[in-house]
Design a protein around this ligand. Structure first.
Ligand SMILES: NC(=O)c1ccc[n+]([C@@H]2O[C@H](COP(=O)([O-])OP(=O)(O)OC[C@H]3O[C@@H](n4cnc5c(N)ncnc54)[C@H](OP(=O)(O)O)[C@@H]3O)[C@@H](O)[C@H]2O)c1
Length: 260
């Protein structure tokens, strides 16, 4: 009797909440064995346990040197078929009013951690594997009061597009996933200031990601028609018009541990 084939493995960062949790659940439902990464042990274990047997929790702060190292070691040890670089944070407020540490924290997590894990994953990737970098529709629009955040997401989308091209000949798929406003627990736009019609659920974003993962065609995947229209307008309109339309009255600064 031959031993049953082991399931393909997927590592998802930022898996204890929101989009990361929804993507992990969708991947698990598709037969992947999940390794989920987050900092808060309790919430992480609750999500991983909820997926059923065969999934793994890896407690790590990927914004820290030590946490990144642990996740890189896991990626080097285990042949993951999919890496989802999802963990990301934002701080709001006029750039000069927000402490520099908040900007640095965003760069560390949204860019440096994502690049580090992408490098470890691609160094060991085999044909058929896939890298998903979670960006944002703000990748297409400079956003006053979210200046560093929107710039990190422009970085993620540009980086992912280049990798998509580089890895195509190897048979490795790279996707830059761009959600728009999504109703996650930590979102300030969970409140009344955003019309419900403009918000997606994390499950809707995950469904778009899974469809794109099966098709393995597009370098940049925008979640939903309204978000695609927003991105098209942001790319077409003069930059100054985009800035004027997106600029909001400055609100009190919010430190960088607010994913968005
Ligand atoms: N929600 C939106 O409207 C929206 C729109 C566009 C793009 N996005 C992007 O989508 C991604 C997920 O956002 P979300 O709204 O789903 O976030 P969320 O619900 O707040 O969840 C964030 C997840 O990341 C984990 N995390 C945060 N910092 C971490 C770190 N240093 N190391 C490891 N894990 C960390 C959190 O767990 P712990 O706190 O336990 O570590 C949590 O599991 C982000 O990249 C975000 O920029 C979101």
């Amino acid at each position: 009797m031959t031993a049953p084939a082991s399931p393909p493995r997927a590592l998802v960062t930022g898996v204890s909440e929101g989009i990361g949790r929804a993507v992990a659940r969708a991947l698990a439902a598709d037969g992947y064995a999940i390794t989920g990464v987050a900092r808060s042990e309790d919430r992480l274990h609750a999500v991983i346990d909820g997926l059923g047997p065969g999934h793994t929790a890896l407690v790590a702060d990927v914004a820290s040197e030590e946490g990144r190292k642990r996740v890189v070691q896991a990626v080097q040890r285990t042949p993951f078929a999919v890496l989802v670089n999802n963990a990301g944070i934002a701080s709001t407020g006029p750039f000069a009013d927000v402490p520099l540490g908040s900007a640095a924290a965003m760069l560390d997590l949204n860019c440096y951690a994502l690049v580090t894990l992408a490098h470890a994953f691609l160094a060991a990737a085999r044909p058929g594997d896939a890298l998903v970098n979670v960006s944002s529709t703000l990748a297409f629009a400079p956003m006053p009061n979210l200046s560093v955040y929107s710039a990190t997401k422009a970085f993620v989308t540009s980086f992912s597009e280049s990798l998509w091209h580089e890895q195509k000949a190897r048979g490795v798929y790279v996707m830059g996933l761009c959600p728009g406003m999504t109703a996650t627990a930590s979102q300030p736009h969970n409140g009344n200031d955003v019309p419900a019609a403009l918000l997606q659920t994390p499950e809707q974003v995950a469904a778009v990601a899974m469809t794109a993962l099966r098709r393995r065609a597009q370098p940049t995947v925008i979640s939903g028609t309204k978000n695609a229209l927003f991105a098209a307008a942001a790319r077409t309109l003069p930059r100054r018009t985009v800035l004027r339309l997106l600029a909001t009255e400055p609100k009190p600064p919010v430190a960088a541990d607010t994913p968005r």
